[in-house]
Design a protein around this ligand. Structure first.
Ligand code: UFG
Length: 338
C-alpha cells in the first residue's frame, strides 16, 4: 500500500514507519520536524516531506502527487500539563489540523485511516482494567481533543464511508531492539526517559508524583507498552481495516506497573543509583490506568512481544546509553557514549 504517515519522524511514528517499510509498504512521511520529530528517525526507505499540517497547499499537493491508499495520523501535541495551560494550541494542532487532513482525504476519496488516540480519553475510569466500552470522560484538553477526533471519525465513517481505527494507546515506552530509534523530546516529561536521564547523570533525581494513592505502594500505576508492539498493532490495523466503520481499540499489555516499581527496575537494569524524591500528586493523574487489550488481541491477532516492563526498560536504556543527547548523538558522534 502507499501510505502517508503524518508525524512519521516522531517517537511512535518513526517506529511504525519502519515496521510498514519492512512489511513492503511504500511510505511517505509528512512531518514538520518540530516537537519530537527528527530527520534521523525517518526510515531511509521512506520519502520525507517536511511540512506542517496547517500548510493546506502543501498537504493538497502531497496528496495529489502521492496517490496514497491510506493515512496513518500520528502528528499531534501530547503533553497533558501543557494542554491545561494552552488549550487552544491543542485544539488547533490536534483538532483543526486533523479536520483539514480529513477534508483532503475526503476530496481524494481516501477511505483508510489509523489514528493515534489515547487512554486519556477515558479520564478517570470507573475501574481497571479499562475496556473500550467504559465511559469516555477526559479530564484534560489533550484528552478532549483526542475524543473529539474519535467523534469526527465516526461521523466521517457514516457520512462518506471512511474506514478508521482509533488506537487508544496506554503509555508508549521503550526503544527499537536494534538501538537505532528511541525517545528524544525536549523538554522531556515522560517517566521512563526521565528516570534514565537520572541514571546517566543528566538529572539529579526523579520526583515521584504522589505517594498516597490507593495503590499497593502509594504511587500511580500505568500500563507501559513497547513502541515496537505499538508499531505491530498499527500495521495489523491498517492491513485489516474494514470500510465504513470506526474501530476503537485499547493498546496496552494489560499489566500495571507503579512509578516506584519503574524506578526500582531501572536501578536493576542500569546498575545505577537513581536518586528519587517524593513529591505531591500531579494534578489530573488517574491513580491506576491499565488496559484490557483483549479486543485488539482478538481482532488483530496481536500479542505483545514485550509483556514485561523490564525488557521495555532494557531497550530504552540501550537507546539512552548510546544516545545521551538523542538524535544529536548521531549527528555528532563525538557525543556518543562508549
Ligand atoms: N511521573 C512521576 N514523575 C515524573 C513523571 C511522571 O512520578 O517526573 C508519573 C506520573 O505521575 C504518572 C507516571 O509517572 O503516574 C507516568 O507519567 P508520564 O508522564 O510518563 O505518562 P502519563 O501517564 O501522564 O501520560 C501518558 C501518555 C499521554 C496520555 C496519558 C494518559 O504519555 O499521552 O498517558 O493518562 F495522555
Amino acid at each position: 500500500m502507499k501510505i502517508l504517515a503524518t508525524g512519521g519522524a516522531g517517537y511512535v511514528g518513526s517506529h511504525c514507519v519502519r515496521e510498514l517499510c519492512a512489511g513492503g509498504h511504500d511510505v511517505a512521511v509528512y512531518d514538520n520536524l518540530r516537537d519530537g520529530g527528527h530527520r534521523e528517525a525517518v526510515d531511509p526507505r521512506a520519502r520525507l516531506v517536511v511540512g506542517d499540517l496547517a500548510d493546506r497547499a502543501l498537504l493538497e499537493r502531497t496528496f495529489a502527487e502521492g496517490r496514497f491508499d491510506a493515512v496513518m495520523h500520528f502528528a499531534a501535541r501530547l503533553n497533558v500539563g501543557e494542554s491545561v495551560r494552552e488549550p487552544l494550541r491543542y485544539y488547533r494542532n490536534n483538532v483543526v489540523n486533523t479536520v483539514s487532513l480529513l477534508e483532503v482525504m475526503q476530496a481524494h476519496a481516501m477511505r483508510r485511516l489509523v489514528f493515534s488516540s489515547s487512554c486519556a480519553t477515558y479520564g478517570i475510569p470507573p475501574g481497571v482494567p479499562v475496556t473500550e466500552d467504559m465511559p469516555q470522560a477526559p479530564i484534560s484538553p489533550y484528552g478532549h481533543t483526542k475524543l473529539a477526533m474519535e467523534w469526527a471519525l465516526r461521523g466521517c465513517a457514516e457520512a462518506w464511508g471512511l474506514g478508521a481505527t482509533a488506537l487508544r494507546y496506554f503509555n508508549a515506552a521503550g526503544a527499537a531492539a536494534d538501538g537505532t530509534l528511541g525517545e528524544d523530546r525536549d523538554p522531556e516529561y515522560h517517566l521512563i526517559p526521565l528516570v534514565l536521564q537520572v541514571a546517566l547523570g543528566q538529572r539529579e533525581r526523579v520526583e515521584v508524583f504522589g505517594t498516597d494513592y490507593p495503590t499497593p505502594d502509594g504511587s500511580c500505576i500505568r500500563d507501559y507498552v513497547h513502541v515496537e508492539d505499538l508499531a505491530d498493532v498499527h500495521r495489523r490495523a491498517l492491513e485489516s481495516q474494514p470500510a465504513g466503520v470506526l474501530r476503537c481499540l485499547n493498546v496496552g499489555t494489560g499489566a500495571g506497573t507503579s512509578v516506584r516499581q519503574i524506578i526500582e527496575v531501572a536501578r536493576e537494569v542500569t546498575g545505577r543509583e537513581i536518586p528519587a524524591a517524593f513529591g505531591p500528586r500531579r494534578p489530573g493523574d488517574p491513580p491506576a490506568l491499565y488496559a484490557d487489550p483483549s479486543r485488539a488481541m482478538r481482532e488483530l491477532h496481536w500479542q505483545p512481544r514485550y509483556p514485561e516492563v523490564r525488557r521495555i526498560i532494557e531497550t530504552a536504556w540501550n537507546w539512552h546509553r548510546t544516545h545521551p543527547h538523542g538524535y544529536a548523538s548521531v549527528r555528532s558522534p563525538g557525543a556518543m557514549a562508549k
